[in-house]
Design a protein. Sequence first.
Length: 161
Amino acid sequence: MSANLWVEQFRALHARARKGQLPEDEKRRYAMAREQFARALTAAQGMSLPPGQSARRSFRIAQGLQVDIAFASGPVRAITMDVSVGGFSVMMHKPPVESEEPDFTLRLPGNQEPVKGKARAVSVQRKIGTHRVSFSMKGLAEKDTERLETALFDLALERIK
């Protein structure tokens, strides 16, 4: 099967899953297809996965989404540079305190309810006059993790014509 045909079949399966139209046997097939698609995305991004780690939880999408981060020093509103189910990166004028775990609210595309949780800075890269800060997400409810993952698949599929 060609890659284009596989993607089109996955796109149709994904659309049906979003509408809750999959019987149990197709739900299993869909879960396997999501993992396969995510593995292709992580490979295209030059990422390698540790054994046993799900690609669905690792692939990133370069996407600007609004995120509000509630630091002890005051709230910061930023736009993500990239997002995964495990975290996000933003540009900040000054890096956060290393040990702080602020609350965050990540706005999803469309009129979806935002995803909320705790963040922890895991990487700070100094740039000219600013810092690229990568955060891991903690404390997401399973339904929020699933909604975020689905939104990321939506965004990935939008980019493949």
